[in-house]
Write a protein that binds this ligand. Structure first.
Ligand SMILES: [Zn+2]
Length: 373
């Protein structure tokens, strides 16, 4: 039991398709004195000892006891400073995950937090909470709140009341518009819990989306060339479910908002939808595309990271190949989340004020910056 096992379980879930994307998710192992947590900016799939920060649980306990300002910005700033100060000597160059405190709230030795597509089909659905209570009655549902210190606090309260009511600690936490946490004293236990969650949701959704690739539309190359004049890197994707979703403004509405913090961080808070008449000339496409991107940029204060062109496919756009790829991957994830959410009453996006909180959050800005290096 220890850090090598923590690294093994991190790599396992980090590299299994459908569990996390980019630098998303985090894992921890704890003893009475120390909490070993994934550092911010590292990916679970390739985690090694350099990406693990050793935290003092005594200092984390002080954060639990501290009183913070009620203003969200001031509160998170103070809590983050205290979190940095809770690193053990010698750990200073590393930055602990912003979800560290949440890990500390679980009594179990191992905590694995991921953002699985299938689970988010449930957490981003209108009937998500109700369905969760039906198919996973032993899970604790966490409503959407500001991430960071405040989220940890809410989880700690919910875990305490679960333990009081049931006489045993909760092992599964499902976070609205965010993801999954499983906690166990053994790695075998982590696998059993993860499997239980996946099986329950799969049997409630039935079919999986058809993501088989489709033959590229010739307009795709024209559009990519145009976009490459604006962005350093452009990635293109097209598959059956994606094309079905970007067929019209109406079908696109189900992926037009923000599902989770990861979607905002990597794919932007709002993808751009564009459509052209099928007989459009290359010149007409160029004019229309330019106008759409300019209008978007003016409205949102930043250029789109995801551009969906009806009947053609989706372009992930960024300053590097990695950011362009991640934008496309997160949009594909959103398409699948929307597919699964249809089984649970349809999609439910993050509310505007939560989206703005994430967009302005210094911690997420750090993660975006690190993920693009
Ligand atoms: Zn998370």
């Amino acid at each position: 039991m220890g850090v090598p096992e923590l690294i093994a379980v991190s790599r396992k879930y980090g590299s299994t398709p459908g569990w996390v994307l980019g630098g998303g998710g985090n894992t921890s192992f704890k003893t009475a004195e120390d909490l070993y947590i994934k550092a911010s900016g590292f990916s679970l799939a390739t985690l090694d000892a350099d990406g693990v920060v050793r935290m003092s649980r005594e200092k984390l306990a002080e954060i639990w006891r501290a009183e913070y300002p009620s203003d969200p910005g001031a509160r998170e700033k103070r809590a983050l400073a205290d979190l940095m100060a809770a690193r053990q000597p010698g750990e200073e160059p590393k930055r602990p995950s912003v979800e560290t405190l949440m890990h500390d709230a679980f009594p179990q030795a191992y905590v694995v937090h991921t953002h699985p597509t299938l689970v988010n089909g449930l957490t981003c659905a209108l009937r998500g909470e109700q369905t969760c209570a039906e198919i996973l009655p032993e899970a604790v549902w966490i409503p959407i709140v500001n991430p960071g210190y405040y989220l940890s606090r809410i989880i700690e309260e919910k875990l305490a009341s679960f333990a009081e009511q049931n006489g045993t600690p909760a092992e599964i936490v499902i976070m609205q518009n965010h993801g999954l946490v499983v906690a166990s004293d053994t790695l075998a236990g982590i696998d059993v819990l993860s499997e239980r969650v996946v099986t329950a949701i799969k049997s409630a959704t039935g079919a999986a989306p058809d993501t088989s690739p489709v033959a590229p539309d010739p307009a795709g190359e024209t559009i990519r060339t145009l976009l490459e004049k604006r962005y350093a890197s452009v990635t293109f994707g097209a598959n059956s479910e994606m094309l079905r979703r970007i067929q019209s403004e109406q079908t696109f509405a189900e992926v037009a908002g923000s599902f989770s913090p990861d979607h905002i961080v990597y794919a932007g808070h709002a993808p751009l939808y564009v459509e052209f008449a099928s007989d459009s000339s290359a010149g007409a496409i160029a004019v229309g595309l330019d106008a759409a991107v300019d209008e978007y940029t003016q409205k949102h204060g930043s250029s789109p990271k995801v551009i969906a062109v009806s009947g053609v496919g989706v372009f992930g756009c960024g300053a590097t190949e990695k950011t362009a790829r991640l934008a496309l991957d997160l949009f594909q994830d959103a398409v699948e989340v929307a597919f699964y959410a249809a089984s649970f009453g349809g999609v439910s996006f993050m509310p505007e004020e939560e989206v703005e909180f994430i967009r302005g959050w210094e911690v997420e800005a750090f993660r975006t910056q690190v993920s693009t290096q």
